[in-house]
Design a protein around this ligand. Structure first.
Ligand SMILES: [Zn+2]
Length: 327
């Protein structure tokens, strides 16, 4: 079982074909990694552990090497993989980032997939930057995620009321642009803006409860049709479960969760129970997300089922006709 899951180079595409979502948990503090993995294993689910540049700059996960080291220590093969989240071309403070060496280093460290974020660039520049990152990833035989559209970040400046933002569709990923972008870049997964918000990282706002966000489900359906690749939902914290499940039906196959489990960890620490209390809080929150919000408890075996193109190539398929019969 584990071998079969591990042998799939693109587990998110596999989830997309099967109509389920792979949660991707950010670990801005290294001790969060162990309880996340434990919850995933206990729920017989599958998830990604991920780290973003902004997290090793603003929190305490130190960098891709430290996260990879913690992952090597606590990961249970067949249940989790390691993903490099946002490496921006232009960062949150509007500074240019030498992004390719960061991605190259992560690949050397053994990351199973990477992301490049050129969403602050003009379309043509985003295409060029993304294409360069995709080339690096594909040379190493791993998938590359990219972002198109403007996913606003809470606490990064004054925003109009959320309802107004959503109604206006400001920054939402354009369907025609997305089709062009995926064709030109060859990216494997596309992070889209459809009403979702990135969580706050600023000192002033990072402890506030995240705004409840809606998703433009029609737009998601159109993006799925136009791009033909798995869609990624960033800012999963604060999106009601019903919307998430409806989004998964419209092509979302990876959902990033950062704020909810980070705040659980920090609140746990504040109770006075120390690191154990923080880790327990992360475990409980992750468990609930897997079970109730994403409904992926017990679904790891679905990823074992083959896609159409693989039928007949693996003798193990015969033992799971119920899983591949409907594909
Ligand atoms: Zn993101």
């Amino acid at each position: 079982m584990a071998d079969w899951v591990l042998a799939k180079p693109d587990i998110v595409r596999r989830a997309w074909e099967a109509g389920i979502v792979i949660p991707a948990f950010n670990v801005p503090f290294l001790p969060m990694l162990e309880p996340v993995v434990q919850a995933v294993v206990d729920q017989d689910a599958f998830a990604l552990i991920e780290t973003a540049r902004i997290e090793w700059q603003k929190f305490e996960c130190y960098g891709p090497a430290a996260v990879a080291e913690a992952f090597a220590r606590f990961a249970v093969p067949g249940y989790v993989r390691l993903h490099l989240d946002h490496v921006p071309v232009i960062d949150e403070d509007d500074l240019e980032v030498d992004f390719l060496p960061i991605i190259r280093r992560a690949i050397e460290l053994g990351y199973d997939s990477v992301m490049v974020d050129g969403s602050k660039l003009e379309l043509d520049e985003n295409i060029a930057a993304t294409r360069a990152a995709v080339e690096l990833a594909h040379e190493a035989g791993i998938p590359c995620e990219a972002e198109l559209g403007a996913i606003l970040r809470e606490g990064a400046g004054p925003l109009p009321p959320y309802e107004e933002l959503f109604e206006s569709g400001m920054g939402f990923t354009d369907v025609d642009q997305a089709e062009h972008f995926v064709k030109e870049t060859g990216c494997d997964w596309l992070s889209v803006a459809v009403g979702n918000l990135h969580g706050a990282v600023s000192k002033a706002a990072k402890d506030l409860k995240k705004t409840e966000a809606l998703l433009d489900l029609d737009r998601l359906g159109e993006l799925r049709e136009a791009t033909g690749v798995p869609l990624v939902l960033h800012g999963g914290s604060g999106v009601p479960g019903a919307y998430i499940l409806a989004g998964v039906q419209r092509g979302i196959a990876k959902i990033n969760v950062a704020t909810e489990i980070r705040q659980a960890f920090e609140e746990g620490l504040r109770t006075g129970g120390g690191l154990e209390a923080g880790k327990n809080a992360v475990y409980e929150r992750t468990l609930t997300l897997l079970k109730d919000d994403f409904r992926v408890a017990g679904l790891r075996q679905v990823l074992e089922a083959p896609s159409k193109s693989e039928l007949g190539t693996n003798p193990d398929l015969r033992s799971h006709p119920e899983l591949w019969g409907s594909l």
